[in-house]
Design a protein around this ligand. Structure first.
Ligand code: URA
Length: 189
């Protein structure tokens, strides 16, 4: 039988694969269009996301929504997930063991969605999805094509809230994302 979204949700419901499960309020699995050609990947849930069970609903999420809107996208058109599905205490970076424990779920999401574009939001997502040795200031905006899937790291929206000077580069990246998506949609027509 084909692996379906419901099975993924069932498996995740009771996940105790790492210590982050001890303190979670909700597992934050993903949001958006499960038929989208584009997947955005963040780091892990913060307080708001933990409370609501939905990725990117806090301040960084509001900025992400604005950036998506600027390139004619919204949560109905994209799929958004995180490297880890449970909130790290005090929003610390997920430990390697936590990310490794959680990555099979992200891989399952990827397999179910089969996107043509992956955007890694920030260094943590880029480290596990793009290149282990990534440096976000050096590598942001640089596409890599792996088995027909275009992957690009860009700044995490929280980084843009901390440092407004990064917004110009992020805008360049988002325009590139818009163009790549258009190119892919045209090829698929
Ligand atoms: N930051 C992330 O990386 N993911 C979220 O879901 C929220 C904030």
């Amino acid at each position: 039988m084909k692996y379906e979204w419901k099975e993924l949700y069932d498996q995740l419901a009771d996940c105790r694969k790492c210590g982050l499960s001890d303190k979670r309020t909700n597992i934050v699995i993903g949001v958006g269009n499960t038929k989208s050609r584009i997947m955005f990947i963040g780091e892990g849930p913060g307080r708001d996301e933990d409370e609501q069970g939905v990725p990117f609903v806090g301040a960084a999420g509001k900025l992400l929504d604005k950036m998506l809107a600027a390139i004619d996208l919204d949560r109905e058109k994209v799929y958004i997930a995180n490297i880890v599905k449970c909130r790290p205490p005090n929003n610390r970076t997920p430990q390697e063991s936590e990310a490794v424990a959680c990555l099979p779920y992200l891989r399952a999401q990827f397999a179910l969605l089969s996107p043509k574009i992956i955007v890694c939001l920030g260094a943590t997502a880029a480290k596990y999805v793009y290149d282990k040795e990534v440096r976000i200031t050096r590598d942001r905006g640089v596409w890599k094509c792996v088995k027909g899937v275009w992957i690009m790291p860009t700044y995490h929206p929280a980084a843009l809230l901390r440092d407004e000077s990064k917004k110009r580069d992020a805008w360049t990246d988002f325009k590139n994302i818009r163009d790549k998506l258009k190119e892919i949609q045209e090829q698929e027509q």
